[in-house]
Design a protein around this ligand. Structure first.
Ligand SMILES: *[C@@H]1O[C@H](CO)[C@@H](O)[C@H](O)[C@H]1NC(C)=O
Ligand SMILES: *[C@@H]1O[C@H](CO)[C@@H](O)[C@H](O)[C@H]1NC(C)=O
Ligand SMILES: *[C@@H]1O[C@H](CO)[C@@H](O)[C@H](O)[C@H]1NC(C)=O
Ligand SMILES: *[C@@H]1O[C@H](CO)[C@@H](O)[C@H](O)[C@H]1NC(C)=O
Length: 899
């Protein structure tokens, strides 16, 4: 212990030594800094106004070497009058702070003398080791100097004059001068100790003091007013804070209950101290229960959990939390408990209270703020309860169906031992119950009973005294003359009723059966339909209940909204009714396709098998959705496409064939595969110009005389046309341009006649012209007609008898063919001769042309069919063989001229 104290003492001595070394040892009263004898430096005075001087002499003569105060300034005032500021500067690194200054004004008459100024305690400047003396003369320079020695450094400037106490001026910027000593000195003294003037002290507060409250303000003082004091709280605390500038102690947390000492220390510029202790005493304010004692009454038949009371306990300290609990119960029990933050006191469910066993419980309620606890008393008194009692139930009453709304039927009575207000309510055996009970106990009808079908009701009645619900007890109400509702006896059905579409109008579908115990009732049967469109195809007989098809609207399956129609039937006796329903299913029936007309027309043309006649514009309708149509025709001449109804020729059809009809009426049919409809189709076939007119021979030769009479028929060039009718009408034309006049003509029957006199022609001349036959549609054939005017005019006209034989039948043919060739060659020679003779080359040209246009004729095979004779008038030695070629592979016809 002793050793420890020694080391503590040694440590504090060391700390004090450190402080002393930094601020310097305490100045000894009477020591001085500066010139020992200022008047010895009475030599010169500066000449610059507003001059500041700083003495950083290397011999430290102007530097303070202790901590203390300047009590006197002594200087020599030379020549001038005015104010002098005696200053203390504190250099620290490159900063020079003006610590303090004392002013003195040299007045007229006091100049040129050594002046000693005493400074009052309050104005003494605190100096520390290292501080430097300075001078500032705002106007005229006052303090004298003497130039001497080799160093004696100082700095002079007019720029530092305005520096306030506490402010800084950088003396290092001022050039240092030397060899001058100023007549100034400062006498120092040790200072006075600081003190905390209002400690020790005690501050008393309650625990509800708000945070931030001012607890105490310290007062410190020092006789040396300019001594800088530092005050600190040396006790570490999280609940209090100390402001060293205002010296105020404030709370930073809820004040801790009890006594808290806080230590403070004040320190002056030279490290002198004083201490003091503030004692903070905090008293706790206990919580307050505002609403105890209190009494409550509880019925002994209490069964539900019950909140008995809510304790109102508060604490004036907002920082305290109050909790309450049941400290004790007398007699001891656990049926009471507290719940939630409101300190509610509860009675548990089913507490089994009995007035006769315990009629009062005393609860001690304790509330605490965790520092102080207060208690209160809560009394629970148990009260007896008697349930109400019915006095006239069970019961039964008879009523009639004629009762109207509000008729009184019965009055329930009951009693309660406590005389409590009693309340009645009830339930009923039936969902629709035309009765009600009032709090008076009266039971009344709430509707006209006529409309109800139930013979009796049980009313289950309860009475309630505000605590206990008693019941139910039954009140039976018998309606003695109840109307019974009709009953539908044959519905519902196991399956739907089927009705085919297109059923006859007004046929029965279903007969509804119903019965009613009230035999005198009259009944009305009505029906509604789902979908409602069912009402247009079915009707209900409101008297008999017979459902029929509509008497006016046919049932068309295809237009129904739904084929399944629900019929809701409703039988009413005026008061009560029965309802049921059945389903009618409309069956879809296959309906025949229908031709829109009984006769259709179609026009086409004759032609070969398979050629198209046309498609009739049938308008076939089939009511059945999705039905397909297949067409048929019963005429053998035609085929019909079963799908498209396009009509074609079944075989070649040629109206030129005798007996062919141009208009044929057929039966056509259409079938949906099951049902068939027929109509007539009138087909008109138009004739086609399918044949070309043809001459019977390729060429004709006629003989005549140049004096032949006009109108004489020389022969026939009749042609034929296989077409009958208009296309078979033919006409003949002759091309006589080469002759220069129309000498010949052809009759409509083919007769070739002389049309103009031939006298201009000479005997032996042969004429050649082209005949054309044309039918009404312009089809045509041509043949060459040669007219020979022989040399001899005496030759008798020879008329041959026509006879017919085959070419090969006649053995003479071989002979005459050879002879004919000889004759032909002779004719050719003759023609050439005559041409040369008469200079007419056209005949040769015509002949040559004719030969050249039919170059292949002789190469074609012979198909000999007939011989035809020609009248020959001349050239008995000459035989003519003529043949013509028809277009195509028609038979060859050879004409023979017999001699
Ligand atoms: C509790 O009591 C105080 C004082 O009587 C009252 O001001 C306050 O409203 C009460 N609080 C409740 C919750 O009743
Ligand atoms: C109700 O009517 C029944 C039969 O008519 C009868 O027996 C009964 O006594 C009647 N009840 C009352 C309370 O009138
Ligand atoms: C009758 O009244 C009691 C008490 O108010 C209630 O508990 C009960 O549900 C009521 N019963 C009917 C059927 O309204
Ligand atoms: C068309 O049908 C009718 C009626 O069946 C019949 O009398 C008539 O002969 C038929 N016509 C033909 C061309 O088959």
């Amino acid at each position: 212990m002793c050793k420890f104290k020694f080391w503590m003492l040694a440590f504090s001595t060391f700390v004090a030594l450190c402080i002393t070394l930094s601020k310097g040892a305490t100045c000894k009263d009477g020591d001085h800094i500066g010139e020992g004898d200022p008047k010895s430096k009475n030599k010169e005075v500066d000449t610059t106004n507003g001059l500041s001087i700083y003495f950083d002499r290397s011999d430290d003569k102007m530097k303070f070497d202790c901590c203390g105060f300047v009590k006197e300034w002594e200087f020599y005032a030379k020549s001038n009058v005015g104010t002098v500021h005696f200053q203390v500067w504190r250099p620290s690194g490159s900063t020079y702070t003006l610590v303090g200054e004392n002013q003195y004004t040299v007045t007229s008459g006091n100049e040129n003398a050594e002046i000693r100024i005493s400074i009052t305690t309050a104005e003494r400047i605190n100096v520390q080791n290292g501080d430097i003396i300075g001078i500032y003369q705002p106007v005229l320079p006052i303090v004298s100097y003497k130039n001497e020695g080799s160093n004696n450094q100082y700095r002079q400037t007019t720029a530092a004059g305005t520096t306030p106490v506490g402010g800084a001026f950088d003396w290092s910027t001022v050039t240092q001068s030397t060899k001058r000593k100023y007549a100034i000195r400062a006498d120092v003294t040790n200072g006075n100790n600081p003190s905390i003037t209002n400690l020790a002290a005690t501050a008393t507060f309650t625990d509800d003091t708000v945070i931030g409250t001012l607890i105490f303000t310290l007062a410190v003082s020092d006789a040396d007013s300019l001594d800088p004091l530092t005050t600190a709280m040396t006790t570490t605390s999280s609940q209090f804070t100390f402001d060293s500038s205002t010296l105020k102690v404030t709370s930073t947390a809820q004040l801790p209950a009890g006594t808290t000492p806080l230590n403070f220390q004040v320190t002056d510029g030279c490290g002198n101290t004083d201490t003091g202790t503030l004692t903070v005493v905090v008293t706790n304010i206990p919580p307050v229960i505002h609403n105890l004692p209190y009494n409550v009454n509880v019925k002994e038949d209490q069964t539900a959990e019950l909140e008995l009371y809510v304790i109102n306990a508060t604490d004036s300290s907002q920082y305290d939390t109050v909790t309450c609990s049941i400290q004790s119960v007398s007699p001891a029990t656990s049926i009471f408990f507290t719940k939630n933050s409101l300190y509610g006191i509860y009675l548990q469910a089913f507490p089994s209270l009995s007035y006769d066993t315990v009629n009062a419980y005393v609860l001690t309620i304790a509330c605490t703020d965790s520092k102080d606890t207060v208690t209160g008393t809560f009394n629970v008194y148990i009260t007896r309860n008697n349930a109400p009692v019915f006095t006239n139930l069970q019961a039964s009453v008879n009523v009639t169906a004629s009762y109207t709304t509000g008729t009184s039927i019965y009055t329930v009575t009951s009693s309660d031992a406590e005389g409590d207000q009693l309340y009645y309510n009830m339930t009923c055996s039936s969902v629709t119950c035309p009765f009600a009970i009032y709090h008076s106990g009266e039971v009344r009808s709430t509707d006209n009973l006529q409309g109800y079908t139930q013979a009796g009701y049980d009313l289950y009645i309860y009475v309630y005294d505000g605590k206990t619900l008693v019941g139910p007890k039954t009140l039976t109400i018998v309606v003695t003359d109840i109307n019974t509702a009709p009953t539908i006896t044959n519905l519902p059905l196991a399956s739907a009723v089927s009705v085919p579409e297109n059923s006859a109008l007004g046929v029965s579908v279903f007969q509804l059966s119903f019965s009613d115990l009230d035999t005198t009732d009259t009944h009305v049967v009505t029906a509604t339909y789902t979908p409602s469109s069912g009402g247009t195809i079915f009707t209900m007989d409101t008297t008999s209940g017979l459902i029929s098809t509509s008497s006016t609207t046919n049932i068309n399956y295809e237009v129904l909204a739904s084929p399944s129609i629900v019929v809701n039937v409703h039988v009413s006796d005026g008061f009560a009714s029965a309802t049921s329903s059945l389903t009618i299913t409309v069956l879809d029936i296959n309906e025949a396709p229908v031709f829109g007309k009984t006769l259709y027309h179609l026009t086409g043309s004759e032609g070969s098998a398979g050629s198209s006649v046309g498609t009739p514009a049938f308008d076939v309708a089939d009511p059945d959705t999705g039905a397909t149509q297949t067409y048929g025709i019963d005429c053998p001449e035609f085929n019909i496409n079963s799908n498209t109804a396009a009509v074609t020729l079944a075989a070649d059809y040629d109206l030129d064939v005798s007996g062919s009809l141009s208009v044929i009426t057929c039966n056509v049919s259409v079938t949906d595969g099951e049902l068939t409809a027929t109509s007539a189709l009138k087909i008109t076939l138009n004739d086609v110009n399918d044949n070309t007119p043809a001459f019977s021979q390729p060429s004709y030769t006629f003989y005549t005389q140049s004096n032949e009479a006009v109108g004489t028929v020389l022969g026939s060039i009749a042609a034929s046309d296989a077409d009958i009718g208009a296309f078979g009408t033919i006409s003949y034309t002759l091309d006589q341009v080469s002759l220069g006049n129309e000498y010949f003509g052809a009759q409509s029957n083919g007769d070739f006649f002389v049309k103009a006199g031939l006298t201009s022609f000479s005997n032996g001349q042969t004429l050649s012209i082209t005949a054309t036959v044309t039918d009404s549609a312009g089809l045509s054939d041509t043949a060459t007609v040669t007219i020979v005017i022989p040399l001899s005019t005496t030759a008798a006209t020879t008329t041959t008898t026509d006879r017919y034989m085959t070419f090969v039948d006649d053995p003479r043919n071989i002979a005459w063919v050879c002879a004919a060739i000889v004759v032909l060659v002779g004719i050719v020679i003759l023609m050439i001769y005559q041409s040369f003779r008469f200079g007419d080359f056209t005949r040769i040209g015509n002949w040559c042309q004719r030969v050249s246009t039919k170059p292949s004729e002789p190469k074609k095979p012979y198909r000999m069919s007939t011989y035809r004779t020609q009248k020959v008038r001349d050239i008995p030695e000459t035989r003519y063989n003529r043949h013509s070629v028809n277009s195509g592979w028609k038979p060859w016809r050879t004409g023979i001229v017999e001699l």
